[in-house]
Design a protein around this ligand. Sequence first.
Ligand SMILES: CSC[C@H]1O[C@H](OP(=O)(O)O)[C@H](O)[C@@H]1O
Ligand SMILES: Nc1ncnc2[nH]cnc12
Length: 299
Amino acid sequence: MSGWHIGVIGGSGLYDPGALDDAQEIAVESPFGQPSGPITTGTLGGVKFTFIARHGAGHVLSPSHVNFRANIDVLKRAGVTDVLAISAIGSLREEMAPGSFVAVDQLIDRTVGGSGGRERSFFGDGIVAHVPLADPVCPRLSDLAAAAAEKAGATVHRGGTYVAIEGPQFSTRAESHLYRQWGADVIGMTAMPEARLAREAELPYALVGMVTDYDCWRDAAEDVDVADIVRVMGENADKARALLTELAAALPPERTASPIDTVLDTAIITPREKWSTEAALKLDAVARRLVDFFPKAKD
Ligand SMILES: CSC[C@H]1O[C@H](OP(=O)(O)O)[C@H](O)[C@@H]1O
Ligand SMILES: Nc1ncnc2[nH]cnc12
């Protein structure tokens, strides 16, 4: 095996990964609560893939109610090395038309926790860590995913700033204009805190967005409409699945280390002797590498 194990988080419209070889559906428990559903693991072209549907089967979880910590924790627990998120996004730019894909490279977080909680860190309760997030997206995985999307037949914009709003309501027209002035290119409700948590779990993260609509900045008469979004999502879901097959074919034969794989080495500020055992026990997947009382893979 190549060392790659790609975790895929399927967003609106992508509730299954398509046909994986040796597919198995597994319900994995997390100390951080209920993930959105079972994971599906299998291989594509000999590469390991593990999939989770972000909003659950049947899209029952709103962005505020997705347990992002549990989702990232179960992917890490499954042995994933890199996370590719696939999302429906609104466009804030004329040239990013519905139907095209955007390989996002920057994020603005306007989420507020909402009614569901949307916890944004694995740390802070007995062990404090501050990971760097200047570049929240892994360029290696993002480039590979963008190329795979092109091979799958999509028009791909490489680079774009995604503003994450709390939702579940779409934005007001004033907000939409404001986000454009801030330099945001696309809009969604889920990339944060997902990207923050992937970084804390030492998982390189990339996000490919499928543009489903122009947000309401463009046309004073029009609102964003879920029915239109669902239609465009339906038209693009197969392309997103084809992207996974193309990605499997294009991954370098061996995964070389990423700086993100060891980002916690310099991020935990609480001295070891002060760590709460309870907090450390919950990090048995996320920070297994660093918690000395867990057996390591080589033990
Ligand atoms: C169905 S439109 C709004 C919904 O779609 C996006 O979800 P995801 O990022 O999981 O594809 C957006 O963020 C909202 O949650
Ligand atoms: N216009 C929009 N705003 C927020 N999230 C979205 N997801 C898809 N389209 C969106």
